[in-house]
Design a protein around this ligand. Structure first.
Ligand SMILES: [Zn+2]
Length: 344
């Protein structure tokens, strides 16, 4: 039997409108994010024991997950299993599906090393540049150029990668909220953790009990982290009101991501004042980022906020430049905010 778990980031819409038990799950995550760490706790919505990995089994899995959650997730990240792809498309047709980039690139050595030889490392580097392009136009423009550079136009793996580009290229994913995730490492580590508690002789009833034990183990670790964080306290000093505001409302994880962006805003200079075009100050030829800011709405060509849920360094740079000292509330997503005492 195979243990298969589903993890999905449920977006604001679902959090606001879903049923009470789901809300409690979300609060549980937020309340446990008290330690200053880059690791965001995983919320286990459910797990399923499948006899085999077939289209029918995965369809049942997706349908059951949607039924339990009362709504399809906005996004889902899986490996490249063709049955999983088909089942997701059928049962979660409104969900944006992406493939784990680690699973894809882990095959590169067997696909390209022998034919590219000395150029293999350069191809990997160029592929990475294609992978992180910000716009679909840039991707469509640059893909054929890079592929031709390595004479891979008729390579079946390259053709296959292009056919599924909207499942892995960030230009096709960054409009959707994935909490910044591009790999399934998080769910696989949970799978590995649960498998430590079971083996091929474990009965079904014992399996359920052991999963309970495993989840209790995770909870105990979270509680330990809470106590540890409370002991440390917070004496942080901030240079900007934007940081103070973010610190007061965001969960520790999201504040840490905010800080990573804020600390880099000064690395950008404004090229065109009227259009808010920024470029990295060290390199005149660096990629430029366009920020729109009308005093209420802020968007950036990098789509960091849409993908991560945290404002990017480019928008923060414009905020500072335009003397905006307060983050508009629509850029402080509720799933990244600390639960106030009134809702406890
Ligand atoms: Zn940006």
């Amino acid at each position: 039997m195979n243990l298969s778990s589903i993890y999905a980031y449920i977006t604001l819409e679902l959090i606001q409108h879903n049923f009470v038990s789901n809300y409690k799950v979300v609060r549980h995550r937020q309340q446990h994010q008290t330690s200053r760490t880059t690791v965001i706790p995983t919320v286990l919505f459910g797990c399923a024991l499948l006899r085999n990995e077939t289209r029918i089994a995965f369809c049942w899995l997706m349908k059951t997950f949607r039924s339990l959650m009362k709504k399809a997730p906005k996004t889902i990240l899986t490996d490249q299993d063709p049955w999983m792809k088909e089942a997701t498309s059928k049962e979660l047709s409104s969900t944006k599906h992406s493939f784990c980039i680690w699973h894809i690139t882990s095959k590169f050595s067997s696909w390209f090393n022998a034919i590219l030889r000395g150029e293999y490392a350069k191809w990997c580097s160029d592929f990475y540049e294609l992978y992180k392009l910000e716009t679909r136009e840039d991707f469509e423009h640059q893909w054929p150029q890079v592929v031709a550079r390595y004479n891979l136009q008729s390579n079946k793996h390259v053709t296959g990668l292009y056919e599924i580009r909207n499942y892995w290229a960030l230009a096709y994913l960054c409009d959707y909220f994935f909490g910044g995730m591009t790999t399934t490492g998080r769910s696989e580590s949970i799978n590995a953790f649960i498998k430590r508690f079971i083996n091929s002789h474990t009965s079904l009833s014992d399996f359920v009990k052991q999963v309970d034990v495993a989840i209790d183990d995770i909870k105990q670790k979270e509680e330990h982290d809470i106590v540890s964080a409370k002991c440390k306290g917070s004496n942080a000093k901030f240079m900007s009101h934007l940081q103070e505001q973010a610190h007061s409302v965001l969960t520790p994880f999201s504040f840490q991501k905010f800080q990573e962006e804020f600390e880099r805003f000064a690395q950008y200079s404004i090229d065109h004042e009227n259009d808010n075009v920024l470029r990295f100050y060290k390199d005149i030829n660096s990629r430029k980022h366009e920020v729109f800011w009308d005093g209420k709405i802020a968007t950036c060509s990098c789509k960091h906020f849409e993908f991560w849920g945290v404002l990017c360094r480019h928008i923060l740079s414009i905020f500072i430049h335009k003397d905006c000292h307060e983050i508009p509330s629509n850029y402080l997503p509720s799933w990244f905010m600390v639960v106030s005492s009134s809702t406890n």
